[in-house]
Design a protein around this ligand. Structure first.
Ligand code: ADP
Length: 646
C-alpha cells in the first residue's frame, strides 16, 4: 500500500473541529481514554488468542508503555494488544461506528458553546488525543500478521489523514502524540504518572514508564533526570473487586477500604458482589466506623467511585447511592455504561437506576445483619440465646454504627419510600426504660401494656430535657414506656412514619392524651369531675392568656407538674419551630395549648387569688421553660416570680 491521503467522514471532521476548538476544561482525560483503548486492545488479543495461541507470537506478557520524548515533544502510548490492520486503521480511525457517538453527532447543533458542552458529556475516545496534540501518528500491526503488514496513520486533526504501509516488528499499536505548545506539562514524567495513577490504578494490566534517575551536573552544570533503560509499573494493576471473593482475604478488603476511604480504622462491614442480569456490575461497598467531619455539609461528596470495566470514571457518583446512605464507601464497576458517561447521563440512565436500587438493598442488608448480631437474641420464652461466634464478633457494631450515622439513616424515611419498612426496623431510640439508644420499634411493641394502642414518643433538644418533660408524668406513673427522641431530624422524619407494624406512633406532646383502656373508669370519672369543677377558673385563664395560648384545658397527663404546653395533632412542635428559627428558616407561628393539672396546689390556688393574672402568666412561662423554651418577655417573668417570693 502506497501512501494515500483520505478524508475523514464528515462527522469525524466536525467532531475534531470541536475537540480542538472548544476549551476542554479537563484535558488530562485524553490519557484515560488512550490507556483504556490500549487496555481494550490487550483484552481483545487475550480473547482471540483463546482459539489461536499463535497470536501471542513470542510475547505473551501484555502491557501498556508510556514514553516521553522531550526533544521531539512527543508522548507515546504503546500496547502489545491486538493491533490494527491497514484497513482497520482506515475504518476505525476515520469513521465513527459506535452508536453512542452517532447519537452525539445527532445532537450537534453547530453552535460552539452548546456543542462544547456535549463533548464533555460524550467523550470522544481516540480523538480526544487532539486536545493536547496537533498531530497524531499511529503505528500498528495486527497480531499474527507479517511484519511487512504494519500501518502508519498520521493526521493533524483537520479534514484528512494519511495512511501508508510500514514494516513493524512489534505487534500492537503505538499512538504518538505530538504535543501542542501549551501541553508541555505532559512531557513531565511526574505529571503523567500522577494522571495515570488517578485514572488507571485499577486497570488490571501493568502500565509501564521508563525509570529515570537524577544525574548531578559536572563543573557547576545543573543536574538532570536521565532514563535508566529500565521500566517501572506506575499503576497498581490490581482491581481488587474484579477478583473472586474466595481469593481475597479480610485484610486485603480492609486495606483497600483504607486506601479508598482515606481512613485509618477498619470498616464495620463490607459486601462484595457480582450482579448479573439485565444490568451487569460489581459492587464492593463498605460501612465505615466513623463519620467524616463533613457528613452534614450540603456539598459533601458521595463515597462511591464509579468504574466502567475497571477504568476509573468518577469519584463522587451521587447517582449511585441515595443521599441518606452518603456515608457508604466503595466501588461500583459497571460493564454496561459507556466510558465517557457524564454526571448528567448518570442521572438519566436506567442502568444507573438499577445499580442504585441494588446498592441500596445491599447496604440495608449489611445493616440488618449488624443489627441482628448486635445484642443477644431473646427467645419468645424470654430465654437469652447463647451468642454464636458471629454474634460475639459483631456485638456492639450496630450501636457503634448508629451512634455515628443513625441521624443520617433517618433521613431515609423522608426520601426512600420503597424501603421505609426496612428502614423503620433499623431505627433505635432511647426510652424511659433505656438510657442507651438501643430500643427498636419492635422491642417497644413487644413490651407494650395490655390495652395500649400507640407507640408513644417525645422529641426534645437533649436526653435530660426529654426525660424530665412534664408530659411524661402520667406515662411514668402507669409504667408505659415512651421513646425519647433527641436528634434534630427526628420530628421531621417521623412525619413520614405514622405507624409501625400496624401500630400508630403518637407524640405525647401533641393533641390531648387519650390513654384509652389504660385509664380505668374511676380515673376517668375523677378527671371529668375535676374538669367540671374547674370550668369557671378555666374561662378566666383563657381570657388572661389569650395572646399566648391557643386554648387552655384540664389534663390528666400531669402528675407532679402544674402545667405543660402541647401543640395540635399534626402541627409542628415548639422545639421544631425553635430549631427552624435558629437555622434562619421560616417557621409557622406556633400558638400552643396550655394544659393544667387541676390537682396541683399551685393551680388550686388560682381560684379567688388576687394575683390571678400574674399566676396565670407564670404558669404559662414555666411550662415554656420546662420544655427548653424562653418566655417572650423574660424580664416580666422574673418580676412576677419575685413579687410572689417577696
Ligand atoms: P471506542 O474505543 O469507543 O470504540 P475510539 O474513538 O476510542 O472509540 O476508538 C475507535 C476504534 O479504534 C476502537 O473501537 C478500536 O477498534 C480502534 N482502536 C483505538 N485504539 C486502539 C488500539 N490501541 N489498538 C487497537 N485498536 C484501537
Amino acid at each position: 500500500m502506497t501512501k494515500q491521503t483520505l478524508s475523514f467522514q464528515a462527522e469525524v471532521a466536525q467532531l475534531l473541529h470541536l475537540v480542538t476548538h472548544s476549551l476542554y476544561s479537563n484535558r488530562e482525560i485524553f490519557l484515560r481514554e488512550l490507556v483504556s483503548n490500549a487496555s481494550d486492545a490487550c483484552d481483545k488479543l487475550r480473547f482471540e488468542a483463546l482459539n489461536n495461541a499463535a497470536l501471542y507470537e513470542d510475547a505473551p506478557a501484555l502491557d501498556v508503555r508510556v514514553t516521553l520524548d522531550k526533544a521531539a515533544r512527543t508522548l507515546t502510548i504503546t500496547d502489545n494488544g491486538i493491533g490494527l490492520s491497514q484497513q482497520e486503521a482506515i475504518d476505525n480511525l476515520g469513521t465513527i461506528a459506535k452508536s453512542g457517538t452517532r447519537e452525539f453527532m445527532g445532537k450537534l447543533s453547530g453552535e460552539q458553546k452548546a456543542d462544547a458542552q456535549l463533548i464533555g458529556q460524550f467523550g470522544v475516545g481516540f480523538y480526544s488525543g487532539f486536545i493536547v496534540a496537533d498531530k497524531i501518528t499511529v503505528e500498528s500491526r495486527r497480531a499474527g500478521a507479517p511484519h511487512s503488514d504494519g500501518v502508519r496513520w498520521v493526521s493533524g486533526g483537520t479534514g484528512d489523514f494519511e495512511v501508508e504501509a510500514i514494516e513493524r516488528a512489534q505487534r500492537g499499536t503505538s499512538v504518538i502524540l505530538h504535543l501542542r505548545d501549551d501541553a508541555s506539562d505532559y512531557l513531565d514524567a511526574w505529571t503523567v504518572k500522577g494522571v495515570i495513577g488517578k485514572y488507571s490504578d485499577h486497570i488490571s494490566l501493568p502500565i509501564l514508564m521508563e525509570k529515570q534517575e537524577w544525574k548531578a551536573g559536572e563543573n557547576d552544570q545543573p543536574g538532570e533526570m536521565v532514563k535508566t533503560g529500565e521500566w517501572e509499573t506506575v499503576n497498581q494493576a490490581n482491581a481488587l473487586w474484579s477478583r473472586p471473593k474466595k481469593d481475597i482475604t479480610a485484610e486485603q478488603y480492609q486495606d483497600f477500604y483504607k486506601q479508598i476511604a482515606l481512613d485509618h480504622e477498619n470498616p464495620l462491614a463490607w459486601s462484595h458482589n457480582r450482579v448479573e442480569g439485565s444490568t451487569e456490575y460489581t459492587q464492593l461497598l463498605y460501612i465505615p466506623g466513623k463519620a467524616p467531619h463533613d457528613l452534614y455539609q450540603r456539598d459533601k461528596v458521595a463515597g462511591v467511585k464509579l468504574y466502567v470495566k475497571r477504568v476509573f470514571i468518577m469519584d463522587d457518583a451521587e447517582a449511585l447511592m441515595p443521599g441518606y446512605l452518603r456515608f457508604v464507601k466503595g466501588v461500583v464497576d459497571s460493564a454496561d455504561l459507556p466510558l465517557n458517561v457524564s454526571r448528567e447521563l448518570l442521572q438519566e440512565s436506567r442502568d444507573v437506576k438499577a445499580i442504585r436500587e441494588g446498592c441500596t438493598k445491599r447496604v440495608l442488608g449489611m445493616l440488618e445483619d449488624l443489627a441482628k448480631h448486635d445484642a443477644p437474641a431473646v427467645d419468645a420464652d424470654g430465654v437469652t440465646d447463647v451468642p454464636s461466634d458471629e454474634d460475639k464478633a459483631k456485638a456492639g457494631q450496630y450501636g457503634k454504627f448508629y451512634a455515628e450515622f443513625g441521624a443520617v439513616l433517618k433521613e431515609g424515611l423522608t426520601e426512600d419510600f420503597a424501603n421505609r419498612d426496612r428502614l423503620a426496623k433499623l431505627l433505635r431510640y432511647a426510652s424511659t426504660t433505656s438510657d442507651t439508644v438501643s430500643v427498636s420499634l419492635a422491642d417497644y411493641k413487644a413490651r407494650m401494656k395490655a390495652g395500649q394502642t400507640a407507640i408513644y414518643y417525645i422529641t426534645a433538644d437533649n436526653l435530660a430535657a426529654a426525660k424530665n418533660s412534664p408530659q411524661l408524668e402520667v406515662f411514668r406513673k402507669k409504667g408505659i414506656e415512651v421513646l425519647l427522641m433527641t436528634d434534630r431530624v427526628d420530628e421531621w422524619a417521623l412525619n413520614y412514619l405514622n405507624e409501625f407494624d400496624g401500630t400508630p406512633l403518637q407524640s405525647v406532646a401533641k393533641g390531648a392524651v387519650d390513654l384509652g383502656e389504660l385509664q380505668d373508669e374511676a380515673e376517668k370519672k375523677a378527671a371529668e369531675d375535676a374538669a367540671e369543677a374547674f370550668k369557671p377558673v378555666l374561662a378566666k385563664l383563657k381570657e388572661a392568656l389569650k395572646d399566648k395560648a391557643q386554648d387552655v384545658r384540664v389534663t390528666t397527663r400531669l402528675v407532679d407538674s402544674p402545667a405543660c404546653l402541647v401543640v395540635q395533632d399534626g402541627g409542628i412542635s415548639t422545639q421544631l419551630a425553635r430549631m427552624l428559627k435558629q437555622a434562619g428558616q421560616q417557621a409557622p407561628e406556633v400558638k400552643p395549648t396550655l394544659e393544667v393539672n387541676a390537682e396541683h396546689a399551685l393551680v388550686k390556688k388560682l381560684d379567688g387569688s388576687v394575683n390571678f393574672h400574674d399566676l396565670a402568666h407564670i404558669l404559662f412561662d414555666q411550662a415554656l421553660l420546662a420544655e427548653g423554651g424562653m418566655p417572650t418577655d423574660p424580664a416580666a417573668y422574673v418580676k412576677r416570680v419575685n413579687a410572689l417570693l417577696v
